[in-house]
Write a protein of this length. Structure first.
Length: 76
């Protein structure tokens, strides 16, 4: 069973831009505590994706790079 220390509703867009509700927060599964993202409910309340501290650092860099590219190509 997952234990969420905090959880916040966020939204992503699907392939055509429709809002998809998700939850993000700090979650512990077993002995591992990470940032978790959950796209769909499940019986054990497990996250669908997790990021540890190193992964968050890498992901922030990737997001910044793609955000710049998106803006350069006229995206919003």
């Amino acid at each position: 069973m997952a234990e969420w220390a905090s959880k916040e509703r966020i939204y992503f867009g699907d392939h055509v831009g429709n809002a998809v509700e998700a939850w993000a927060g700090i979650v512990t599964v077993g002995k591992r505590t990470t940032l978790g993202i959950q796209f769909r409910p499940n019986p054990n309340d497990w996250p669908d994706l997790t990021l540890d501290d190193a992964s968050i650092t890498t992901f922030r860099g990737v997001l910044a790079r793609f955000q710049a590219e998106l803006l350069q190509q006229g995206g919003r």
